[in-house]
Design a protein around this ligand. Structure first.
Ligand SMILES: Nc1ncnc2c1ncn2[C@@H]1O[C@H](COP(=O)(O)OP(=O)(O)OP(=O)(O)O)[C@@H](O)[C@H]1O
Ligand SMILES: [Mg+2]
Length: 384
């Protein structure tokens, strides 16, 4: 009995084991003869590679490899390594019956009998396409996240730098008028200004104080713009009315200038922050008047062109040298011209205008000829 069961058991176990191997579905498990020809096939191999046992048994296992690797004799080389070292393992691309690729983990084991003679190879293949795709995706996600973090850090650093730069410039700009005010004040205090000159000094002080006030206002505007989310508040309005209102504000101040509005006939609807758009128009008009000290016509045109609303302000004033154009829209971008020694300004106006325009999906451009005049144009997406 004992003997009988002893002899029966290994055979049963062997059969069961063969059954187990053949029905494993997660792993391709099969055997090759010493030359690499497939001699057994299991369900997992069929599932992963797509061949039925009858289709693949008897064929060389190199059919599982990409053409280039077959040319490089990689399959033979793998068997050679397994023969020499007992085992070969790798991860790489393999080809299914339908020609598609899959990412495989492959282990080839040399099978030898008791005498050490090579009987063939056992091959275990796992399809790692899905885990690999997930890993690649995870890596991509991680990289993307790292990139975003880096970009954010750079943006913050850049913001810090511009803020510091801005503060330096602002304190420098404030110090100028402050020095003048202090100078006059000490002269007033020690009586070195004759009484008949006091009204003139007072006017001068008033100008300097107004300059400081404007600078502080603009600095606050800049800070507010930077703090705000990117979306400006929205209302739809006609740009022609904004132009008309601003022209009405500036007309009384425009000694020696003729202010003309050409508003076309149709509505010029835009959507956005009306007050801030009005501020842009105000600065363009203010500049047109300031930088044409000899007077002349200041023409404001409003209309729709190529699906964009526009408002342009043209003067026949000083004009801008081509090499100065790039400075116009910078913070404190006052141009180093002879005229600017006497024409007051902080150099923040156009910078703010450009920022506000950009936040509305628009832009400000300029065309200018030195000595002839300039035309600044604000374009905004049309809401009409
Ligand atoms: N219409 C124009 N013609 C000639 N130069 C101009 C004109 N508009 C602007 N500029 C030049 O561009 C510079 C920047 O203009 P911007 O409006 O930003 O500042 P500002 O007028 O000097 O000061 P503010 O901040 O008070 O407006 C001006 O200092 C001036 O030199
Ligand atoms: Mg200005």
């Amino acid at each position: 009995m004992l003997r009988k069961s002893n002899t029966a058991e290994p055979r049963d176990l062997g059969d069961q084991f063969a059954l187990l191997v053949s029905s494993v579905v997660d792993y391709g498990i099969f055997m090759l003869d010493p030359s690499g020809v497939v001699v057994t096939w299991n369900e997992g191999a069929q599932r992963i590679k797509g061949y039925a046992a009858t289709e693949i048994i008897g064929r060389h296992f190199s059919v599982f490899y990409p053409a280039e690797e077959i040319r490089n004799r990689k399959p033979d080389w793998e068997l050679e390594v397994a023969r020499r070292e007992g085992r070969y393992e790798e991860e790489g691309w393999r080809i299914r019956k339908d020609g598609t690729r899959f990412w495989a983990n492959v282990i080839i084991t040399a099978l030898r009998d008791e005498s050490g003679r090579l009987r063939g190879f056992g091959k275990v293949t796992r399809d790692l396409t899905e885990p690999r795709a997930q890993e690649i995706q995870r890596n991509l996600d991680r990289e993307k996240e790292a990139l975003q973090l880096r970009a954010h850090a750079e943006r913050m650093a850049e913001l810090e730098r511009t803020k510091t730069h801005f503060l330096n410039l602002a304190s420098h700009e404030l110090r100028g008028p402050l020095t003048v005010v202090r100078g006059y004040n000490s002269m007033l205090a020690d009586g070195s200004i004759p009484p008949d000159q006091v009204p003139a000094v007072s006017r001068m002080l008033e100008i300097k104080l107004a300059q400081m006030e404007r600078l502080i206002e603009q600095m606050l505007d800049t800070a507010r713009l930077e703090e705000e989310s990117n979306e400006p508040s929205r209302e739809t309005f006609d740009l022609r009315f904004v132009a008309q209102e601003q022209i009405d504000v500036f007309r009384p101040l425009s000694g020696g200038h003729v202010l003309v509005l050409d508003g076309g006939d149709g509505k010029v609807l835009v959507s956005g922050d009306r007050l801030r758009i009005a501020m842009i128009v105000a600065n363009l008009l203010d500049n047109a008047l300031k930088y044409s000290p000899q007077g002349g016509e200041v023409q404001c045109r409003v209309g729709v062109r190529d699906g964009h609303a526009f408002i342009s302000v043209r003067d026949v004033g000083l004009g801008i040298a081509p090499e100065h154009i790039s400075r116009l829209f910078m913070r404190f971008g006052r141009l180093p011209t002879d005229e600017n020694v006497t024409i007051p300004g902080t150099g923040l106006g156009l910078f703010l205008c450009k920022e506000i325009a950009a936040r509305h999906g628009g832009d400000i451009t300029v065309v200018s000829v030195p000595g002839m005049g300039s035309e600044f144009t604000l374009t905004l997406p049309s809401a009409g």
